[in-house]
Design a protein around this ligand. Structure first.
Ligand SMILES: [Zn+2]
Ligand SMILES: [Zn+2]
Length: 288
């Protein structure tokens, strides 16, 4: 099943959210249709990957892909449309891209953020908008680039809270059949297991700082695993309760109403859903 067909299933399953979620369909359709000049997968051996990970570095830091700007245009377009629909001014970014002042590498994850500060300033986007755009614009390219290296993650000892391939913070977490927590990368489709009693966003290990904001009723099985130390959270799905759920990205994008629970309590997440991208309502803005 492709992400797009999973997404279409989800829209059927959640009719109340259909209208809200529809703009994201354009992004998933563009991923499916994307047929660039093939991006050669990074051909590092298992040993080379493990040596890089033993140094605590994601692969992208040591071997950044070269991506032609033209090849991303069909992907960035729908991402920019989503942002424009949410009243984000995307013209400065689009013009900067057209003039070649903003390049694909400017969207890559960096230590502690997604996309460079320079691109954020040049494009006059919020950090959330830039992170969303990086996912929309890069995912198929980075997924193709790391396609061969992903298989080496499981046998490695990578234990950081960022993606071992591209270095992005986690987009979603899955509790697997055996109780392990697996983090998913929205930028490159990699996943990696991560300790349950550590915050992936700040490394905190103090269990009294961890809060689980549980979804109820029809959304049983979903939770927001939040950390009082950094006020960050990762949305999590217990696959033991939802064996037939879709891919991490589809489940995440398809449940922004659950992010509201965390958002209302002032928790943040590094890769936004629609909830974090929507401009605050006037009364909400007045309160802060
Ligand atoms: Zn990644
Ligand atoms: Zn934390």
């Amino acid at each position: 099943m492709t992400l797009l067909s999973e997404w279409e299933d989800l829209l059927q399953r959640r009719p109340a959210l259909r209208e809200t979620l529809e703009p994201l369909s354009g992004v998933l359709s563009a991923w499916q249709a994307w047929a660039p000049d093939p991006i050669a997968p990074l051909a590092w051996t298992k040993e080379a990957c493990h040596a890089c990970w033993a140094r605590g570095e994601p692969l992208l830091a040591g071997a950044p892909p070269v991506i032609q700007p033209d090849s991303l245009e069909d992907l960035l377009g729908p991402g920019l449309d989503v942002l424009a629909g949410l009243e984000e001014n995307v013209h400065v970014f689009a013009e900067g891209w057209d003039r070649g002042e903003i390049e694909p590498a400017g969207l890559f994850p960096q230590r502690g953020r997604i996309g460079s500060l320079e691109v954020q300033e040049r494009g006059q986007l919020s950090q959330e908008a830039l992170a969303f755009l990086a996912v929309a614009g890069l995912r198929p390219a980075l997924a193709a680039y790391f396609a061969e290296c992903r298989q080496y993650i499981a046998a490695s000892e990578w234990d950081l809270g960022v993606c071992p391939c591209c270095g992005a913070p986690p987009g979603f977490a899955d509790l697997l059949e055996d109780g392990r927590r697996q983090l998913a990368c929205h930028l490159c489709a990699a996943n990696w297991t991560f300790a349950r009693l550590v915050c992936p966003l700040c490394g905190n290990r103090t269990s009294k700082d961890f809060v689980r904001l549980l979804a109820e009723g029809a959304d049983e099985g979903y939770a927001m695993a939040a950390c009082r130390a950094c006020r960050g959270y990762v949305k999590e799905l217990d696959r033991r309760l939802r064996w037939n759920a879709g891919s991490a990205l589809v489940e995440d994008w398809g449940s922004p109403h659950l992010d509201l629970i965390a958002h209302r309590q002032d928790y943040w997440r590094p890769i936004p859903t629609l909830v974090q991208l929507i401009p605050p309502a006037p009364d909400e803005a007045a309160e802060s």
